[in-house]
Ligand binder design. Structure first.
Ligand SMILES: [Zn+2]
Length: 121
């Protein structure tokens, strides 16, 4: 990749990010909108609304990006862990990999994993 292109690559630090840990807060209020904020590395906090639909294992995220309102279904995977507990992951909507974080760079309006957005550190 040329130096010029490299400069324009999105980095993890300049993306909005949602972790599965942050998303799981919506599990406590199923089928009820939960207003919350997401942390970002270098940028101000991002207000979002999360809406968990247990029957579908989906969290609907509503958010503003590039001065427009958006919403998207985030699929949740539940994996049995030790002692009857579960571990949770997002299913990336593009590559279908199980991941713990989804990212939203300014150049896109959808949340996918780091690899799908070709993010660098
Ligand atoms: Zn992906």
């Amino acid at each position: 990749m040329s130096k010029e292109l490299e400069k324009h690559r999105n980095t993890v630090g300049n993306c909005k990010v949602i972790s599965i840990k942050a998303a799981k807060t919506a599990f406590k209020t199923p089928c009820t909108p939960l207003e919350t904020t997401l942390e970002r590395n270098n940028l101000p906090e991002t207000p979002v609304t999360l809406y968990y639909v247990p029957s579908e294992k989906v969290i609907i995220i509503a958010y503003e990006n590039n001065d427009q309102k958006w919403h998207m279904d985030l699929n949740i995977i539940e994996k049995p862990a030790t002692f009857g507990n579960y571990r949770y992951f997002f299913l990336c909507s593009k590559c279908k990999k199980m991941v713990q974080k989804l990212y939203l760079p300014v150049t896109s309006n959808i949340w996918t994993c780091r690899e799908c957005h070709r993010l660098v550190y």
